[in-house]
Design a protein around this ligand. Structure first.
Ligand code: CP
Length: 301
């Protein structure tokens, strides 16, 4: 496999290989000397056509920990604003002897398109509403670290499922690892086909929380919604917002996750986000090791 375009086409074995490799890299980056020479002669371009904090910095740190040379490209401030195409942009970056492209783009399928046109490895860092494979891998890694084997574990993904690439990649990844998956949100924000692929659906956040071992909470993606504000943020917060009291009242352990960025006071109250249930910052920490594993394994192909 030369590219990581999504979770859909990975096998269970591929996922375990990535997670096991990430465990080894997590040990490495917790040592006083955090760098290894694994990608010393490799140059990687992080090509971001959409905003990012966690994914972009995490890839850059992963690349630097592996001793790769790194260049960063943001569409804003680039010649994309003068009309240069995606393919011309990337071919010009490759002309400077770049070996791998990590790409985020607002169009679903943009990394797939690119992977058929260029000789470099392509890693999808999020393509529109489609997939965000490294987020799903770091989420699975973080759940596995907390709960052990995910087979039979119950994971609820709560929020704007319709517009979320994190939801789709998580569903593929968790099902391949044998977990049971429920999605929960307003009817307007849940794709109708999900029951056909074995995903439970709930429209009651209390029911989802009572059912699950892990609640992976997503934000409302206003920037991707065609019909704005349905439900409004106020309505969403009223009916689907999760507070610390709701988690405490379960009287058992529940793991709270969120890929970020959090809209505090909408999908999560601050006291929930910062509670002992939350492993949100562990997810961010694990992102570096997981991305090191992905880049390292692709470089061997
Ligand atoms: N989780 C995630 O993709 O965050 P960023 O948009 O900040 O990269």
């Amino acid at each position: 496999v030369r590219h990581l375009l999504g979770i859909k086409n990975l096998t269970e074995n591929d996922i375990h290989t990535i997670l096991d490799t990430a465990s080894q890299f997590k040990d490495v980056i917790n040592r006083p000397i955090k760098k290894v020479p694994s990608l010393r002669d490799i140059t990687i371009a992080n090509v971001f056509f959409e905003n990012s904090t966690r994914t972009r910095l995490s890839f850059e740190l992963a690349e630097k920990r592996l001793s790769a040379d790194v260049v960063n490209f943001s569409a804003s401030g680039s010649s994309v604003k003068k009309g240069e195409t995606l393919l011309d942009t990337v071919n010009n970056i490759l002309a400077m002897k770049v070996d791998m492209i990590v790409m985020r783009h607002s169009s679903p399928g943009a990394p797939h398109y690119l992977s058929g046109k260029i000789p470099a490895n392509v890693v999808n860092a999020g393509d529109g509403t489609h997939e965000h494979p490294t987020q799903a891998l770091l989420d699975a890694f973080s759940m596995r670290e907390k709960l052990g084997d995910l087979a039979g574990k119950k994971i609820a993904i709560i929020g704007d499922i319709l517009h979320s690439r994190v939801a789709l990649s998580n569903i593929f990844c968790l099902q391949k690892l044998g977990a049971e998956v429920m999605v929960c949100g307003p009817t307007t924000l849940i794709p109708k086909y999900l029951p056909e692929i074995g995903v439970r659906v709930s429209h009651q956040v209390k029911e989802a929380l009572e059912w699950c071992d892990v609640a992976n909470v997503l934000r409302i993606q206003l920037e991707r919604q065609q019909i704005k504000y349905f439900p409004s943020l106020r309505e969403y917060s009223l009916y689907f917002g999760i507070t610390k009291a709701m988690l405490d009242n379960l009287n058992r352990e529940i793991v709270l996750m969120h890929p970020g960025p959090i809209n505090r006071g909408v999908e999560l109250s601050s006291d929930a986000a910062d509670s002992s249930h939350s492993i949100i910052l562990n997810q961010v920490e694990n992102g570096v090791a997981v991305r090191m594993a992905v880049l390292y394994l692709l470089a061997q192909q």
